[in-house]
Design a protein around this ligand. Structure first.
Ligand code: UD1
Ligand code: MG
Length: 448
C-alpha cells in the first residue's frame, strides 16, 4: 500500500525551556525529528510531509538534511495537532493512499509497529499503549475493540483519567478520509485547540470503523521536557549498546560508551571504556577503539587501532591496520594502509601514504589564518618527531624529515630534508656556566 507520512513538528515545546525548536533537540547526536523520520522511512513513503512552525527555517533544514525529497509545509500559528495535520492538505493533493500522522517529538516508534499499523483493517487506526503512569497523555475510550473517542487529559473527567490505555499520537487513515475529517475538527475544548484526537469520534459519526493497534509504552515516549529528553537519551543508549553487543561487538564497559543514531560498528571490533561516537562513524570488523577516544564523521577500517585519547574528526579515513595513538587529532585526512601516527600529532587536510611513520609531535600546519592547505606524505616516508609540515607541501615516497624540522618546500622521493638550525658546540662551556651560576646563588644567599 502506498503511504504518505505527515510529521508534526511545528510546536514550540514550551516545557523544554529552550530557544531551540523542540523537535531539533538531539537524541544520540541526531535531532528528534530525524528519529521520527527514520522510523517512518521503513514504510518507503511516497510522500513525506513535515509540518514546521516554530523555528521553521531550522526545522526545514533539518528535515531536508535527512530526506532531500521531504516536503516542508508551514503552520504559521500553532493552533493544535489537528490544525497542524490539516496543513498537509495541498501536499497531499492527488494522493489516495494511506496517510500516517507521526509526531516529531515521539522518536522511538519501531518500524515493526508502523508496519502493523499499515496492515490494520479499520478506516481509522490509532496507535495506543498501556501506560504505567498515564500522566497527561490523551485517553482512549473503548467499546469492545472499537475506539469511540479520545479524550485529552485536560478535558477528561475523573473516570476518564483513570483509563490507562493512552494515545501515542500516531494515527492512520486513507488520505482523502483524513482530510475530510480534519476539515470538521473544531476547537471547543479546554485548550481552545484543534485536536487531532477528535478524529476517531468524527469518523464514528460517519459510520466508519476506528481501531487501535497497541505498542509498548517505551516506543511512544513523547518528549516534552528536558527530563524526558535526558531519559530518552539514556533509553536510546541502552538499546543501541545492547544491539551492538548482540551483533558481536566487544565492549569493556558498555555503559560508558556513547553512540549516535547512525553509529555502525563491525563484529569483533573492541570498544574500550569512555569512547564517544559522534554522528557519521563507521568502524569495521576487528578494529580497536581504545579508551577515552572521541570520533565523528570518520571511517576506521579493519584492524586499525585508535587511541587511547585520540580524536578523529570529520573526514578522517583510516585504512586497514592504521595506528592513531594518544593525543593525536586527525581531520579531513586519509591514512593509507598501515600508516602510523602514534603520539601527540595533528594531521589535517592531508594524505599519509601506506606504511608511512609520522613521528611524535608532528603538525600539519594546514591553516594560514585565511585558507586551508593540503599536505601529502608518500608511502613509507618517515617524518621525524616534531616536524612542522607547512602546507601546501608534499613529502615524497620513502623520504625522511629530520626531527624538529620546519618543512616549507616539497621533499623529493627518497630525500632527507632538514629544516632546522645547525647545532653549535662549545667544549667545557657547560661546566663554566654551572660554576658561574652556583657562585651567583651563594652570593645571593649570603646577602639575604
Ligand atoms: C499529544 C496528543 C495526546 C497524546 C500525546 C502523545 C493531541 C491533541 N494530543 O499531546 O493525546 O497522548 O500527544 O505524546 O494531539 N504540534 C504542531 N502544531 C501544533 C501543535 C503541536 O506541529 O499546533 C506538534 C508538536 O511539535 C509535537 C506534536 O505535534 O511534535 C505533539 O504536540 P504536543 O503539544 O507535544 O502534544 P501533547 O500535549 O504531547
Ligand atoms: Mg507531546
Amino acid at each position: 500500500m502506498s503511504v504518505a507520512l505527515i510529521i508534526l513538528a511545528a510546536g514550540k515545546g514550551t516545557r523544554m525551556k529552550s530557544d531551540l525548536p523542540k523537535v531539533l533537540h538531539p537524541i544520540a547526536g541526531a535531532p528528534m525529528l530525524h528519529h521520527a523520520m527514520r522510523a517512518g522511512a521503513v514504510l518507503e513513503p511516497e510522500r513525506t510531509i513535515v509540518v514546521a512552525g516554530h523555528g521553521a527555517d531550522q526545522v526545514e533544514a533539518a528535515a531536508l538534511d535527512f530526506d532531500a525529497e521531504a516536503q516542508v509545509v508551514l503552520q504559521v500559528e500553532q493552533l493544535g495537532t489537528g490544525h497542524a495535520a490539516a496543513q498537509a492538505h495541498d501536499a497531499l493533493a492527488g494522493f489516495e493512499g494511506l496517510a500516517i500522522v507521526l509526531f516529531g517529538d515521539t522518536p522511538f516508534i519501531r518500524p515493526e509497529t508502523l508496519e502493523t499499523l499499515v496492515a490494520a483493517q479499520a478506516d481509522v487506526t490509532v496507535l495506543g499503549f498501556e501506560a504505567a503512569d498515564p500522566g497527561r497523555y490523551g485517553r482512549l475510550i473503548m467499546e469492545g475493540d472499537q475506539l469511540v473517542r479520545i479524550v485529552e487529559f485536560k478535558d477528561a473527567t475523573e473516570d476518564e483519567r483513570a483509563v490507562t490505555l493512552c494515545n501515542s499520537g500516531v494515527l492512520a487513515a486513507p488520505a482523502p478520509l483524513l482530510l475530510d475529517l480534519l476539515a470538521q475538527v473544531g476547537n471547543d475544548n479546554a485548550q481552545g485547540e484543534y485536536y487531532l484526537t477528535d478524529l476517531p469520534a468524527l469518523a464514528r459519526a460517519q459510520g466508519r470503523t476506528v481501531g487501535v493497534v497497541a505498542c509498548a509504552e517505551a516506543e511512544t515516549l513523547g518528549i516534552n521536557s528536558r527530563a524526558e529528553l535526558a531519559a530518552a537519551n539514556a533509553m536510546f543508549q541502552a538499546k543501541a549498546r545492547a544491539q551492538l553487543i548482540e551483533d558481536g561487538v566487544a565492549f569493556m564497559a558498555p555503559d560508558t560508551v556513547f553512540l549516535s543514531l547512525d553509529t555502525t560498528i563491525g563484529r569483533d571490533a573492541v570498544i574500550e571504556p569512555n569512547v564517544v561516537f559522534g554522528p557519521g562513524v563507521t568502524v569495521e570488523t576487528g578494529a580497536t577503539i581504545r579508551a577515552f577516544s572521541h570520533l565523528e564523521g570518520c571511517h576506521v577500517s579493519r584492524d586499525a587501532i585508535v587511541g587511547p585519547y585520540a580524536r578523529l574528526r570529520p573526514g578522517a579515513e583510516l585504512a586497514e591496520g592504521v595506528r592513531v595513538g594518544n593525543f593525536v587529532e586527525v581531520k579531513n585526512a586519509t591514512l593509507d594502509t598501515g600508516a602510523k601516527v602514534n603520539h601527540l600529532s595533528y594531521i589535517g587536510d592531508a594524505f599519509v601514504g601506506a606504511g608511512a611513520n609520522v613521528g611524535a609531535g608532528t603538525i600539519t600546519c594546514n591553516y594560514d589564518g585565511v585558507m586551508k592547505h593540503r599536505t601529502e606524505i608518500g608511502a613509507r616516508a618517515f617524518i621525524g618527531s616534531n616536524t612542522m609540515l607547512v602546507a601546501p607541501v608534499s613529502i615524497g615516497v620513502e623520504a625522511m624529515t629530520g626531527s624538529g624540522s620546519v618543512i616549507t618546500s616539497d621533499v623529493e622521493e627518497g630525500a632527507l630534508a632538514l629544516g632546522r638550525a645547525h647545532q653549535v658546540e662549545k667544549p667545557g662551556m657547560a661546566r663554566k656556566l654551572f660554576e658561574m651560576l652556583k657562585a651567583q646563588k651563594a652570593k645571593q644567599s649570603r646577602g639575604s
